[in-house]
Design a protein around this ligand. Structure first.
Ligand code: FAD
Ligand code: NAP
Ligand code: SF4
Length: 692
């Protein structure tokens, strides 16, 4: 069954898109013969919940979302998770496929994908004890640490009924035109809960030994295969590294892989880490392709194609995994959210044109956890394909954009892409604004990719970029419209001794203009305070660029020689002693991103950073920073105090432009500084440009 490399991939796509023959990624772009069907390339668009799966009315949007990625050249796509029954819902009234009348809406999705010669599988996901509702069930009645609902333990007969439910949903998926299904057996969902001793305390034929624990998963694969016939793709997502105590060891993982292959799986996909794991698995600080070696270890054990996953975001990374034989396919979910044309660009040898996923999670996973529709920080059109169009401008106009931070870059390039004549003024000697500081934080190296992308778009769309040019009203005379995107400046705070040489602004520290001493206090524990703390405690090359060192820091044993693949974490000693302070009471970092805040807190904890809330700042003098904490006066004997107390809008130009005859707009930080982030800046810039 293993696929061959016949190199016949995507010929029609290349012709349609007038691309040159692929040279950069021959393995990635080669076809994969599954025996009964052929995938046009090795790119699998991994399952990702978008929030469009749950309501009938959103299916046309879901179809457009998949169609755009199919048109962009993806070989095989997997939908977000659909439950095989109500108790498997992730949340009340989440997407499911259990009734014949639900089939029609899916046909819209499958037809849209097939129009572009791609294949699509429906993911069947039973949430088990991760279900956020009182109907939840599991192997044993053990509450998950990330969910308030305690599951009910399934009886042996109820297990049988759940297996039948998987088979029935798979049959309906086939009726709906799907090319196959993916059975979700990882990330700590129901099937995974049965496979490990951590959550399976049963002593019947569904618990106890390794064979008994994996029986539910293996029987599900067998009966789905039986129900759907031999010519139906069956992907099994196998947890190859649980990253939780009481998870499986390598022996049990191999046994499960062989058993699901024997039961009829066509492809085995890699799952890394449970949702309750305390090791990051997809955040931006995780090194690229960090877990490909785990998939590679399974290669000699099975003969079905294997899929490598997690933090694969650029063609060279994907090609290296495949060319070295670590896996047969690569899975990418967020990178295709960020750039629907990822495959087409890779095929054309235009990797530099890819809008790279920076793994920030800010608009995709964070939104889903907030019950909002997913989006993408770098691509505001993601999941809004039918709503946000960058259509050619009816009347090209002369537009000035001031400030080449994320807001101005998005606005200028989208407007120029629509045919406007755009001049972009930037006071600094390079583009990026605050993003130039963000990319210097260890673990945020990916942010440089966004600036590379914008540089390319400036060239491609013909934006007239004027660097080292402080825009003034005189310079802006004669334009039809002026967009002010002058961003923010760090807030200065009223503090006795605030002008002491010990006191530094975060931007001078991150630019390397001043190197702080061995002991540093940070005033302000927002996103930037946390980032500056990480900058100060790290020394030398970032662990995010070195998978081996990163795994040591987080206590990951990729060989799973111990259950769950965990070992004692061995963080390197901090480069400095750091105090991270905030005035508000409580734990610093509570307002950081839902899916990444815990990672920042854990990193700083491991580096011994003193994170303190309820702090009153009294003064700075030669002795250090004087504070009051819980009514007790203290002296922090620090060499430097770095102020990270938020930002203020830079609005001199807005005020100076008041009364000029041209149409004026204000976007990004220049508009509102409070709670500004790049997601808002890029979104606002793009939307304005779409309407100009
Ligand atoms: P800015 O980025 O401030 O850009 C404004 C630009 O305008 C500047 O380049 C400036 O030189 C130029 N300018 C000003 N006046 C003039 C003039 N008169 N003429 C010409 N040019 C002018 N956001 C996130 O979403 N996620 C993160 O993880 C994240 N991490 C961060 C980490 C750090 C360390 C920092 C500092 C910021 C981080 N941010 C993050 C915030 C993000 O960078 C900002 O929200 C974003 O840059 C704001 O974009 P903007 O275009 O509005 O303004
Ligand atoms: P922020 O999140 O608003 O935090 C500002 C901090 O300064 C707070 O801790 C605040 O807390 C403190 N502060 C405010 N005024 C102060 C004053 N007058 N004196 C002393 N302390 C004061 O802003 P930020 O850290 O500058 O970040 C800016 C934006 O960038 C954020 O909105 C964030 O979204 C974005 N960002 C995001 C990430 C990310 O990982 N997603 C990372 C970096 C930045 P107290 O009032 O309690 O002291
Ligand atoms: Fe990637 Fe961030 Fe976009 Fe999510 S929001 S797809 S992590 S760039």
């Amino acid at each position: 069954m293993r696929g061959n490399h016949r190199g016949m991939v995507g010929a029609s796509i290349r012709q349609r898109m007038q691309m040159p023959a692929p040279s950069a990624c021959p393995t990635l772009l080669s076809s994969l013969d599954l025996g009964f069907t052929t995938l046009r390339n090795r790119v699998l668009m991994g399952s990702m919940h978008t929030g469009l799966e749950d309501r009938r009315a959103d299916f046309p949007k879901l179809a457009a979302y998949f169609a755009e990625r199919a048109a962009g050249g993806v070989g095989l796509m997997v939908t977000g998770g659909f439950a095989p029954g109500m108790d498997g819902w992730l949340k009340p009234f989440a997407g499911k496929l259990t009734r014949r009348w639900e089939v029609a809406r899916h046909r819209e999705v499958t037809a849209a994908v097939h129009t572009h010669d791609a294949k699509i599988c429906l993911q069947l996901l039973h949430a088990g004890r991760y279900a956020y509702h009182p109907l939840s069930v599991s192997a044993s009645a053990l509450k998950a640490p990330i969910n308030p609902f305690r599951p009910r333990a399934l009886s042996a007969r109820a297990v049988e009924r759940r297996i039948d439910a998987f088979a029935r949903s798979a049959r309906l998926a086939r009726e709906a035109g799907y090319d196959g299904v993916e059975i979700m057996g990882s990330e700590g969902y129901l099937l995974n809960q049965f496979t490990v001793a951590r959550t399976n305390h049963r002593d019947d034929r569904w618990g106890g030994s390794v064979d008994n624990r994996m029986r539910f998963a293996v029987e599900t694969v067998r009966r789905v295969r039986e129900a759907c016939g031999p010519d139906f793709i069956l992907i099994y997502r196998l947890s190859m590294l649980d990253l939780v105590d009481g998870g499986n060891d390598w022996r049990a993982i191999v046994a499960q892989a062989r058993a699901v292959e024997a039961a009829g799986a066509t492809i085995i996909n890699t799952g890394i880490g449970w949702h309750e794991a305390r090791v990051p698995t997809i955040a931006t600080s995780v090194p690229r392709a960090a877990f490909a070696g785990v998939t590679a270890r399974l290669k000699p054990e099975v003969s079905v194609p294997l899929v490598a996953t997690n933090r694969i975001n650029m063609p060279d990374v994907a090609e290296a995994i495949l060319a070295s034989g670590q896996a047969d396919l690569v899975s990418m979910a967020r990178p295709l959210l960020a750039d629907p044309e990822w495959v087409a660009k890779a095929a054309a040898g235009r990797a530099h044109a890819i809008n790279t996923c920076i793994a920030c999670n800010q608009a995709c996973l964070d939104h889903i956890f907030q019950n909002r529709r997913a989006g993408c920080l770098v691509n505001p059109r993601a999941c809004r394909e039918t709503e946000l169009a960058y259509a050619p401008a009816a009347t090209p106009r002369r537009i000035a954009v001031v400030g080449a931070g994320p807001a101005g870059l998005a606005c200028a390039t989208v407007a120029a892409g629509r045919g406007h004549a755009v001049t972009l003024f930037e006071a600094a000697d390079g583009i990026g604004g605050q993003f130039n500081l963000a990319r210097r934080i260890p673990g945020k190296e990916e942010f440089a990719e966004t600036l590379r992308y914008f540089r390319h778009r400036i060239d491609e769309t013909g934006v007239d970029l004027r660097l080292r040019t402080l825009a003034t009203p005189e310079l802006l005379a004669g334009f039809d419209a002026v967009v002010t995107a002058t961003g923010v400046v760090p807030r200065r705070i009223a503090l006795e001794g605030g002008d002491h040489p010990k006191v530094l602004a975060y931007d001078e520290v991150l630019r390397g203009e001043v190197v702080p001493g061995a002991k540093v206090a940070i005033i302000g524990a927002g996103g930037i305070g946390f980032d500056v703390a990480e900058f100060l405690v790290h020394e030398g090359p970032s662990p995010s660029l070195d998978p081996v060192r990163w795994m040591e820091e987080w206590g990951v044993d990729p060989t799973s020689s111990a259950p769950g693949g965990l070992k004692p974490a061995a963080p390197e000693p901090p480069a400095r002693e750091v105090w991270l302070l905030q005035r508000s009471p409580g734990r610093p970092g509570a307002r950081l991103g839902k899916t990444t805040g815990w990672i920042h807190r854990a990193t700083l904890k491991a580096k011994g950073v003193h994170m303190l809330g309820g702090v009153e700042y009294r003064r700075v003098d030669d002795a250090g920073l004087h504070v009051t904490i819980n009514g007790v006066e203290q002296l922090l004997e620090v060499d430097h105090v770095v102020v990270c107390a938020g930002q203020e809008s830079r609005r001199e130009l807005v005020d100076a432009l008041a009364g000029v005859p041209a149409e004026t707009h204000v976007i990004g930080g220049a508009d509102v500084a409070a709670e500004l982030d790049a997601k808002r800046a890029i979104d606002q810039g793009s939307r304005l440009a779409a309407a100009l």
